[in-house]
Design a protein around this ligand. Structure first.
Ligand code: UT7
Length: 324
């Protein structure tokens, strides 16, 4: 009987402060109309000065553990996907581990920018299926507000802060697509596209943390193609078609990217979870935040087939096919 990783619970955390498009328009040369038309974003949450990525991650992890009904003592591993760690080292995940009161197991960060949660989910699923661990907390958490150039209107209007988490637990499946849990994951990267989306700082290249730089139009073009490709890959691996999907939970970068990808995949928008309007792009946090919202509001039900997908700097992109 093949081992599967089941999503036992999920949770999210958004900082209290909401910044509207109108507020941004009072600081840079932009407008609510432009931001909504080009991206679908109406507002974003921004972390308070004292809130670090680990604080957001810890709150999301605690919410996911409460939803799963799992005690911290049962957790074997904490994985945090983030491009905005508290410190260069140690890992933000180690802070979260301590915050949870967890003194056994292990914790580590991984970095694939907006695809980070898909990468972390893949690693945790591999650890569970290989028998090394039974239970993992997988978190995407970001404070992108700290790496934005707030004078650069083409980027500062697009991002927000937040965290989302899932608790994964080992279960025995039949080895069919009727199994609950992660059915497969698919990861890609292509480092030739480094310069289209990057941060111009970091410990070995500059004396500063740096700011996010992006060729938005180019990233947009690649995003729709890559996301549709990795969505098709997930379906064809199992001999499925778009009609078999109950939901897509995509990375929330831009409503037009989400719509374009859904169109290419042949999935109608009423089966796509869209939170970009309220959350903006929260990078690695966006997929688990959207998943958590749709599970907690009752849209996504146990037994349903869900496609998760994301694309980000690197470029990196990936998908996961999950029966909830
Ligand atoms: O998570 C993955 C990472 N990110 C993404 O996936 C983002 C991908 N890209 C996008 O979402 C879109 O390309 C953007 C939302 C960034 C831009 O939309 P666009 O339709 O591609 O616009 P554009 O870059 O072609 O810019 C159109 C115009 C430009 O003016 P000109 O050169 O045509 O005169 C910009 O200077 O809009 C101008 N512009 C703005 N105007 C008002 C750029 N930013 C703003 C702004 N407000 N905030």
């Amino acid at each position: 009987m093949p081992r599967r990783s089941l999503i036992l619970g999920c949770g999210g955390y958004l900082p209290a402060r909401i910044v509207t498009n109108a507020e941004l328009a009072s600081r840079v040369d932009t407008s609510d109309e432009w931001i909504v038309e080009r991206s679908g974003i109406h507002q974003r949450h921004i972390a308070a000065d004292h809130e670090k990525t680990s604080d957001l991650a810890l709150a999301a992890a605690q919410a996911a553990l409460a939803h799963a009904g799992i005690e911290v003592s049962a957790v074997d591993a904490v994985l945090v996907a983030t491009a905005t760690p508290d410190h260069t080292f140690p890992a933000t995940a180690a802070r979260v581990q301590a915050g949870l009161g967890m003194t056994r197991g292990f914790a580590f960060d991984l970095q694939a920018v907006c695809s980070g949660f898909l990468y972390a989910l893949t690693m945790a699923d591999s650890l569970i299926r290989s028998g090394q661990i039974r239970t993992a907390v997988v978190i995407g958490a970001e404070t992108f507000s700290r790496i934005l150039d707030w004078s650069e209107r083409s980027t500062c209007v697009l991002f927000g802060d937040g965290a989302g988490a899932v608790v994964l637990g080992a279960t025995e499946g039949e080895g069919t697509i009727a199994d609950r849990g992660i059915l497969s994951t698919h990861l890609h990267s292509d480092g030739r596209y480094h310069d289209l989306l990057y941060v111009d700082g970091g410990p070995s290249s500059a004396p500063t943390v740096g700011h996010l730089r992006m060729e938005g139009r180019e990233v947009f073009r690649h995003a729709v193609v890559n996301l549709a490709q990795v969505g098709h890959e997930a379906l064809t691996t199992h001999g499925l078609s778009a009609a078999d999907l109950d939901w897509i939970v995509p990375h929330q970068a831009n409503r037009r990217i989400i719509e374009g990808t859904a169109r290419k995949l042949g999935v109608s928008l009423d089966r796509v979870v869209i939170t970009v309007g309220e959350h903006a792009n929260t990078s690695a946090a966006s997929v688990p935040l959207a998943l958590s919202q749709a599970v907690h509001d009752g849209r996504i039900q146990p037994g349903q087939l869900v496609l998760l997908e994301a694309m980000g700097g690197g470029f990196t992109w990936g998908s996961a096919l999950v029966r909830i």
